[in-house]
Design a protein around this ligand. Structure first.
Ligand code: SF4
Length: 158
């Protein structure tokens, strides 16, 4: 599996967030910072972030590609279960955001929530990579789908 040199650097943000974030929840703000970067970027460059810079995508390319079974992601996961995961995540995030607003917002709790979401989705991505192709998670990742949608808003990308 070919990967880019920049991915070797970006990959390290994943353990920094999902392991370091367990001890320092403020690291969850790195996720917010990355989202603030790649969502506008998607308008101009499509899914450039996904294939070049995403820490989890880089980890999947560099590490998980070596131990992936390489099997295709079953259609029922792609169409059915995948949608349920994405919808559950959207519902989960909406409830969290609502409760954060209701409690007046807490700097560390907000960081911890983003660490938890990143950790949970990373575990799912590793299981999928072991059982199927290493980038299977990227086929159902809400952030990947958001970038695709934003990219289509730009006529040049259609
Ligand atoms: S689809 Fe999601 S996990 Fe995969 S590279 Fe894009 S943002 Fe990262």
């Amino acid at each position: 599996m070919k990967h880019k040199k920049i991915q070797l650097v970006m990959m390290w943000f994943l353990p920094i967030i999902v392991i370091g974030g367990l001890f320092f929840p403020v690291l969850g703000y790195l996720v917010i910072g990355m989202m603030a970067f790649f969502l506008p970027l998607a308008f101009f460059k499509g899914r450039y972030w996904c294939w070049n810079l995403c820490p989890r995508g880089s980890f999947l390319d560099i590490v998980m590609s070596r131990c992936s079974s390489g099997k295709a992601l079953p259609v029922f996961i792609l169409k059915g279960w995948g949608r349920i995961v994405v919808l559950s995540l959207a519902l989960f995030m909406s409830i969290l955001i609502f409760s954060i607003i209701k409690k007046g917002g807490n700097f560390l709790i907000i960081g911890a929530i983003f660490v938890a979401i990143c950790l949970g989705t990373t575990i799912v991505s590793i299981i999928l990579a072991l059982l199927t192709r290493h980038r299977s998670w990227c086929a159902i990742c809400p952030m990947g789908k958001a970038q695709s949608r934003i990219s289509k808003l730009n006529k040049k990308n259609r």
